[in-house]
Ligand binder design. Structure first.
Ligand SMILES: Cc1cc2nc3c(=O)[nH]c(=O)nc-3n(C[C@H](O)[C@H](O)[C@H](O)COP(=O)(O)OP(=O)(O)OC[C@H]3O[C@@H](n4cnc5c(N)ncnc54)[C@H](O)[C@@H]3O)c2cc1C
Length: 817
């Protein structure tokens, strides 16, 4: 009996914490219960210790719920400690923190994602005009782009492709229609880049860069009216080719540490003496710089003669400089690995520019970093994730097809379990990458600028591409390795580090940005606490008190939620849907609470030092990334109309992500900064042990089957890529795949009847015999012949004469090979 009362007390407290009942309300409830139990003792046995314990809880809550009391006892003291422990945040970091918005990442940090909010987000869609553009000019450009010709013969984008890009205003997708641009949604922008990237990376990057962070984007948001009127129509028509130069030899990831400088001074412009800047810069790796007509430049402004006021160091500033300005040096090219888009250095020494060339004019001096950070969130969610997803989709499409066409030991290699594994990884990852891409694009089109999610997308989708292409290379064996016009993989494989490195190299993005900034930005209370603690005014203490207690409530609630959800295996929460995905919604809620709880404890134990603890930060980033991936996948399934046939893809993706969340949190706890605490937290968040395992072999087999046959799930998985119907490297694979599937029955019949497998080396004799003996019809014979010839064309690789490879100067000499 006593135990029962003890459990009632514990359960009451747990229910209050689990449901995040506000302190005041909890206090009232506990006082009510104390009185209630006291009265009820007349009716049945209620132990006195139990009434007393209820009272103690109520009194304790009074201490927390009554603001003046708790300020005196707790929060005013903590305020001083907190001020001292605050991590130092530089101006540039602060700009990055302030940039963009918090969206679904905030829900994950809260530990209690509101699923209805996610499910209300509209499904992705394109306008008729956007779809027609994809089906028309983009399809045509893909058809024109011959990878081998571009990369090996011209080693640049041929002029006719440039002309086509200009003619169809592809460099002006983000520019408003009033300035002659296409004014496409983020979804359309991404869809164009993805389709182009599925055909040729150089074409995709050339189109992508002017539509990403650079002169166009900066002018739209910050340009003066004159600048917009003059430049935007010229950029939209391709009359101006822009580039944006931020990176310099000494300032890569730490771009804000650049030495490029603009000195405020008087100078001559158009025959007049005007106020301006004398610029000196040395930049490298700048995409499109060798052919740019308009150079966007970031540099630091200094005013040593105090011509503008008392400040000398005025900060990072962005300007637009016509490339034909005397003193501007451009033209040389770097040679990035695997793609031949224009990329090169630019420099200038004491180049005078008038103030009106600063983006936004003189008033925008010093605002460059803020402008860049604000604009980064959008571009980072679009371009590189589109490249990554295109890579994943092409790996899925071509590896599945190749694994069906290519036979070893007399059966398609895709039927070997060893090949099923990488096929399943490619399928599951691609499904997940595309889901995250689409969900984030919808958010962008709704006006969000999710800084943390854009970093997640950039990192995860470029890494996902790397994983997919590594698997695709293994599936293809020698076919992937021997380069030449017949190879459709090697170029993408070589070029992988490009997307990994640009717009925030991935290690930095994972270790520093996603959780490091995300914890401050997307956490429901942390940034507010920091702002209040930085504020020296007396009223800030009141704000600090409020947010601190909200934060403490959050931590306690997440602890209780983690444990209760762990003990109930997720059943303590409700899923917003019924059916096979309901359990995954519950598990994500569970892991969100666990992630939030662990994050808070890590931050509490490390204080300002968490910024340098990149291994912990990286693991927490992985947990956050995969929580977001799960949400995107679950949302995608709903948006797609819950197609049952896609369940293997969903199952693989969510189970892999949940497993990765679990392993990341276990990694954090195993390395928890305070010894011993990690084990205690582990008991709270995984009370019955680690619940998730990697996707099962059965799930993997089902995913592989989707890739190995023609079906609707496969079509949905790879939708949006260019499917060549030409006699070229990838076109041949699509044809052979289709024919291989169509001829399977006939080939099996021949094999069974003649006791010999059909190959492209023996098919002529076997088919003849099979027709003669009535095993197959003439029509089937034609299909088998076509299929075998198509297979031969796919399996074949390129070979060259030694002169072709070594050049005429090193002509082959058999005596000195
Ligand atoms: C093909 C290509 C195109 C580009 N286009 C442009 C362009 O158009 N305009 C432009 O301005 N720039 C451009 N860049 C520059 C690109 O943005 C930089 O390469 C990038 O910022 C990284 O700088 P870095 O290469 O000097 O690497 P580094 O900064 O030297 O970094 C090396 C490694 O250290 C890691 N690292 C650095 N700091 C940290 C940290 N605090 N914690 C953990 N890891 C860290 C990085 O993640 C990376 O793995 C381009 C680069 C390439 C290669």
């Amino acid at each position: 009996m006593e135990i029962l009362y003890f459990l009632i007390l514990i359960l009451t407290v747990l229910i209050l914490a689990y449901n995040r009942v506000p302190l005041l309300m909890s206090m009232v409830i506990m006082i009510g219960l104390t009185i209630g139990w006291t009265e009820l003792r007349h009716l049945f046995y209620v132990p006195s210790w139990f009434r007393f314990a209820n009272g103690i809880v109520a009194v304790t809550l009074i201490g927390f719920a009554i603001t003046p009391l708790r300020r005196l006892l707790i929060s005013d003291r903590l305020y001083n400690l907190f001020r001292k422990a605050l991590p130092k945040v530089s101006d540039t970091e602060q700009e990055a923190l302030n940039a963009g918005t918090v969206w679904w990442d905030g829900e994950l940090f809260s530990g209690r994602p509101r699923w209805r909010k996610l499910l209300k987000v509209p499904p992705p869609s394109l306008t008729e005009k956007e779809q027609a553009f994809l089906d028309g000019p983009v399809e045509e450009l893909c058809r024109m782009a011959d990878d081998w010709e571009i990369c090996d013969q011209y080693r640049r984008l041929p002029g006719r492709l440039w002309d086509f890009i200009r003619e169809h205003r592809m460099l002006g997708m983000i520019i408003p229609e009033q300035y002659g641009g296409l004014e496409f949604s983020a979804q359309a922008n991404s869809a164009v880049v993805m389709k182009l990237a599925s055909r040729n990376l150089t074409t995709a990057i050339t189109v992508m860069v002017p539509n990403s962070l650079g002169p166009g984007e900066l002018l739209i948001h910050y340009g003066t009216e004159e600048q917009k009127e003059y430049y935007l129509p010229r950029l939209a028509s391709g009359e101006e080719i822009p580039c944006f130069a931020l990176t310099s030899p000494s300032a890569g990831s730490d771009a804000a540490s650049m030495n490029d400088v603009g000195i405020v001074c008087m100078g001559e412009h158009n025959g007049k003496s005007v106020l301006g800047l004398r610029l000196t810069w040395n930049k490298r790796y700048i995409t499109l710089a060798p052919v740019a007509t308009l150079l966007g430049l970031a540099f630091k402004v200094k005013d040593p003669d105090r011509l503008l006021g008392n400040e000398v160091n005025l900060g990072i500033t962005c300007a637009l400089i016509p490339a034909d300005t005397p003193g501007v040096v451009i033209g040389n090219r770097h040679m990035p690995v695997g793609a031949v888009f224009m990329n090169g250095p630019t420099s200038g020494q004491d180049v005078f520019i008038p103030m009106e060339w600063i983006i936004g004019g003189q008033d925008r001096i010093g605002q460059g970093w803020r402008m860049l950070m604000q604009s980064l969130a959008a571009g980072r969610s679009i371009s590189l994730p589109a490249l990554g997803t295109a890579g994943g989709k092409m790996c899925a499409l071509l590896s599945g097809a190749y694994a069906r066409i290519r036979k070893q030991f007399n059966i398609p290699i895709g039927k070997f379990e060893g090949i099923e594994e990488p096929l399943a990884r490619i399928g599951g990852r691609t499904y997940r990458m595309d889901a995250a891409r689409k969900l984030t694009l919808v958010a962008l089109d709704q006006g969000e600028r999710p800084g943390v999610l854009s970093a997640i997308l950039k990192y995860q989708l470029t890494e996902g591409n790397r994983q997919c292409i590594n698997d695709a290379m293994d599936i293809h064996g020698g076919k992937g390795i021997i380069t030449g016009p017949r190879n459709y993989l090697a170029r993408g494989y070589q070029a992988i580090p490009i997307a990994i490195t640009v717009e925030g190299a991935n290690i930095l993005t994972r270790s520093l940005i996603i959780f490091g900034q995300g914890a401050i930005r997307a956490h429901p209370w942390l940034l507010k606490e920091m702002e209040a603690a930085r504020d020296p005014r007396p009223e800030a203490r009141k704000v600090f008190d409020k947010v601190l207690f909200a934060h403490i409530g959050n931590v306690i609630s997440n602890m209780v939620r983690s444990w209760m959800l762990g003990v109930s295996v997720g059943f303590a929460t409700r899923a917003p849907v019924n059916g096979p995905t309901a359990r995954y919604f519950r598990q994500v809620t569970r892991m969100s609470a666990a992630f939030s709880f662990v994050s808070d404890l890590v931050l509490l134990s490390l204080g300002g030092r968490f910024k340098v603890k990149e291994k912990l930060s990286g693991r927490l980033a992985d947990a956050l990334i995969h929580l977001y991936m799960c949400c995107a996948v679950l949302k995608r399934y709903e948006d797609d109309g819950r197609p049952e046939a896609d369940l293997p893809l969903l199952t693989w993706a969510v189970e892999d992500s949940l497993y990765l969340v679990q392993e990341s949190l276990k990694g954090v706890l195993a390395n928890f900064p305070v010894p011993g605490i990690g084990s205690v937290i582990k008991l709270i968040i995984f009370p019955l042990g680690a619940p998730y395992s990697q996707p099962s072999d059965r799930t993997g087999r089902h995913v592989a089957r989707i890739l190995l046959t023609e079906n609707e799930s496969r079509n949905r998985l790879v939708s949006g890529v260019y499917i060549s119907d030409q006699d070229d490297a990838s076109g041949r694979v699509h044809t052979a795949f289709h024919l291989a599937l169509t001829s399977t029955n006939a080939e099996n019949a021949i094999h069974n009847a003649l006791n010999e497998p059909v190959t492209y080396e023996n098919y002529e004799v076997l088919v003849q015999k099979a027709v003669e003996s009535g095993v197959i019809t003439e029509e089937q014979a034609t299909t088998v012949r076509l299929a075998q010839e198509a297979t031969r064309a796919v399996v074949q690789v390129d070979e060259f004469t030694r002169e072709e490879i070594e050049g005429s100067t090193t002509a082959f000499n058999p005596e000195n090979p």
